[in-house]
Design a protein around this ligand. Structure first.
Ligand code: ZN
Length: 269
């Protein structure tokens, strides 16, 4: 079985379902990012700080509208793809709009951070969190009807003491911490460090993005091009900057992206 086929098997999805889910996730990212970009357009006279809570509410409302539409289209968005497309969207806004006002050092830094985030997302989505596979003879010997039963009586088997069963993945994972829908995998012994590095990477990349977008907005104000600047691109920069700041605050308060989990767990299918 090829790597892709085994990955689809693990996700219990056909290629067609994954494609539909990817399209819905991409649409949800565009819809939510455009909704946030409308905030500076509708409220141009308030400060960026005052826009922050409004942008947060608009983003949540856009996600809830997306969830509501799921009932009509019958296809669920995927939380990992939602995260992936958000990274690509922010990177795209940076490359096509913000980049011209960024120093070459900062340019190198943010491009490297985005590339590393994509690589880390791929690694955590496809990597082994520490899945434990036991022969059926082990269960017979232990007198347990299944592996979950064996884990329950793990005091008899020290090797199972840190193994937990994940209902989402239908797998037994050593050093199980939690199932993370935002990254589409269990977090266990083998990928816990990568998980922490990825969370840190998100905060660092979003902070760098906020720095670059602030520089772009300041440059528009000081050079007097604010009025002549394309409104859509400028609002998009302000919207994505607000989104990045919200993400940094969010991840600082909720390190395991629990909010994303609660918002998208039903869409994850
Ligand atoms: Zn899991």
């Amino acid at each position: 079985m090829s790597r892709l086929a085994s990955e689809l098997h693990r996700l219990r999805r056909s290629p067609w379902e994954v494609l539909c889910s990817a399209l819905v996730s991409c649409g949800l990212v565009l819809f939510s990012q455009l909704a946030v970009a409308i905030v500076p357009r509708l409220l141009p006279s308030i400060s960026l700080l005052a826009m922050l809570p409004v942008a947060g509410l608009v983003f949540l409302a856009a996600i809830l509208v997306g969830r509501f539409w799921r009932r009509f289209i019958g296809v669920a968005a995927s939380a990992p793809l939602f995260v992936l497309f958000n990274v690509l969207f922010l990177w795209g806004v940076y490359l096509f709009v913000i980049r011209r006002d960024t120093s070459s050092l900062l340019d190198m830094l943010i491009n490297a951070e985005c590339a590393l985030l994509l690589w880390g997302l791929y690694r955590i989505l496809s990597g082994d969190p520490g899945i434990v596979a036991y022969e059926s003879s082990f269960l017979e010997e232990a007198g347990c009807k299944d592996f979950v039963d064996a884990i329950c009586s793990s005091e008899k088997y020290p090797s199972l003491s840190r193994v937990r069963h994940c209902n989402c993945c239908k797998a037994n994972v050593r050093g199980y911490d939690h199932h993370c829908p935002a990254f589409g995998n269990c977090i266990g012994q083998k990928n816990h460090r990568l998980f922490m590095a990825l969370l840190t990477g998100f905060v660092v990349a979003e902070s760098t993005y906020t720095m670059c977008s602030t520089k772009y907005i300041t440059s528009c104000i000081t050079s007097g091009t604010l009025r002549t600047e394309n409104h859509l691109s400028l609002n998009m920069v302000i919207g994505t900057m607000l989104f990045s700041v919200l993400q940094v605050i969010w991840q600082g308060c909720v390190p395991d992206m629990a909010c994303v989990r609660h918002l998208l767990q039903h869409q994850d299918g």
